[in-house]
Design a binder for this molecule. Structure first.
Ligand code: ADP
Length: 497
């Protein structure tokens, strides 16, 4: 019986593959890093060919390790770094230029002009997004403007655009399928999240030929089959979602009001808001979680630019830590931060402040301050930033938040999660499998090919490994929240042009 699911997890720095069984247990995994290109200050590029090769080789490596016959793989789920823009030739499948990565700021001036020209409202209403170089539209526009003949070739149907999921589907199906899912389409700033279609007004605003866009198919459903030469037998590609939405699915956040936070390099808090696309008044983005059949789950999303990266900075920038994991033991040697607050605005601040001119600020230092206090203040900052996102969500969604589910590399830190529980006055649930992104993609595929019969069937597979419960009085919590906000005030608008 076919009961294994292969998840392709195409991230910003590595391409991974995990094979899961029908109980949601990871059987084997393999990963391959690929090159980051920084051709100019603020520019970030990937070689799409290298993305493909690293993804294929990690899939083959996992497959070999598993010893499974291809006939036992019921389906493939794809999850990916979002927003990254790729343009390739329809005929050869070859990229025409480097992929422009989500982090790339090269289109900042285009975005500033769009805001100055008054497009922010219209774009937010249609796409749920704030105008920013982060999203694909201006990246694609840039490629068409800076690659000779590209727009003409695209109009003739010779060139195709896609986010990374779409490029992988094209390659995996031997060029037979050009498709994406709504959770990825929603991050392009070209997709209307209400009509669930590519938006004609936006295509004309950015001068994007409709011929080059992928077909948008439900996140759980068969997109196509892999070319038989790749794994010996054709395997259906049956689930696709952007990384943060896949993690939300992997955490079984299926009900409106369920929330997950990922503590990685950055931090991403997503709330499922059900059938309602809630327009944020508090700096959150509105986006699509997934589409299953005709039913769409919308989400509110908040992002913290520097989360685990603050620990990395203590380790690599200051040399205060030998490893990220050591932060827990060191912070535990003191009972509090001794009044120190660290606002890790090392690359500005995201939700809800959206201040690119904010910079890292440490306040409350005294003669008694030690390394341990600073390390503890860093872990506290990771939790406080998440509290700010939670507060924004509570205000926008008007839904009670019963608990916070967590994942990502830094969620291994028990002290961080206890602080998170104390500061947010919420139970924090850490699942047994913190590979929730890959698991989410596998589960979307499993649902489409009948490994799971419904969402309840999927939920039966997840287990909470540990729950952290609040142990701080409301009075203390409010005092410290006020102090955190006083510290943030001092970090805002630091850089003067
Ligand atoms: P990404 O997928 O964004 O690359 P990961 O989910 O792998 O990130 O998490 C890595 C981040 O988490 C790093 O920034 C690292 O500093 C931080 N991190 C990893 N382990 C710990 C830990 N035990 N305590 C605190 N931070 C940690």
């Amino acid at each position: 019986m076919k009961k294994y699911l292969m998840a392709l997890d195409q991230g910003t720095t590595s391409s991974r593959c995990i094979i899961f069984d029908d109980k949601g247990r990871a059987l084997v995994s393999a990963a391959k890093e690929f090159t980051q290109h920084f051709p100019h200050e603020g520019w970030v590029e990937h070689d799409a060919e290298e993305i493909w090769e690293s993804q294929l080789s990690s899939a083959k490596a996992a497959f070999e390790k598993s010893g499974l016959s291809p006939a036992l793989i019921a389906g493939i789920g794809i999850t990916n770094q979002r927003e990254t823009a790729i343009v390739w030739e329809k005929e050869s499948g070859k990229p025409i230029c480097p992929a422009i990565v989500w982090q790339c700021r090269r289109t900042a001036a285009i975005c500033e002009k769009l805001v100055a020209d008054g497009y922010a409202e219209m774009i937010r209403a249609k796409t749920g997004l704030a105008i920013d170089p982060y999203f694909s539209a201006t990246k694609l526009q840039w490629i068409l403007d800076h690659t000779e003949g590209a727009r003409e070739r695209a109009k003739k149907g010779e060139l195709l655009f896609g986010t990374v999921d779409s490029f992988l589907i094209y390659r995996l199906t031997g060029g037979r399928v050009h498709a994406t899912d709504p959770s990825n389409a929603a991050r392009t700033m070209l997709y209307n999240i209400h009509t669930m279609e590519w938006d004609k007004d936006l295509l004309s605003l950015f001068d994007i030929p409709a011929e080059m866009l992928p077909k948008v198919l439900p996140s759980s459903g068969v997109f196509g089959e892999t070319d038989p030469t790749l794994f010996g037998k054709p395997i259906p590609i049956a689930g696709v979602a952007g990384d943060q939405q896949a993690a939300l699915f992997g955490q079984c956040c299926f009900e409106a009001g369920t929330v997950k936070n990922t503590y990685g390099t950055g931090g991403f808090l997503l709330m499922n808001t059900g059938e309602n696309a809630i327009s944020s008044q508090n700096g959150l983005l509105t986006t699509v979680g997934w589409q299953i059949g005709d039913s769409v789950a919308y989400v509110l999303e908040g992002s913290v630019f520097v989360c685990g990266a603050a620990i990395q900075w203590l380790r690599d920038g200051l040399g205060l830590l030998a490893s990220a994991a050591e932060s827990e033991a060191i912070a535990n040697t003191v009972k509090d931060t001794g009044g120190v607050y660290f606002v890790p605005a090392l690359t500005g601040l995201g939700t809800p402040y959206w201040d690119p001119y904010a910079r890292g600020t440490i306040v409350g230092l005294s003669r008694g301050t030690t390394r341990a206090h600073l390390v503890r203040a860093t872990l506290e900052a990771m939790a406080w930033q998440t509290v700010d996102l939670l507060e924004a969500m509570k205000r926008d969604a008007a839904l009670p938040i019963p608990a916070l589910r967590v994942d990502g590399g830094a969620s291994a830190n028990n002290l961080l999660l206890q602080l998170q529980s104390d500061f947010s006055a919420l139970p924090i649930l850490r699942p047994a499998c913190i590979e929730t992104t890959a698991l989410g993609a596998a589960n979307l595929a499993g649902l489409a090919v009948g490994v799971f019969k419904d969402l309840d069937d999927i939920c039966r597979n997840i287990a909470v490994e540990r729950t952290f419960t609040p142990a701080l009085s409301e009075n203390d919590r409010q005092h410290r929240l006020t102090d955190w906000h006083r510290a943030v005030e001092r970090a805002l608008k630091w850089v003067i042009d």
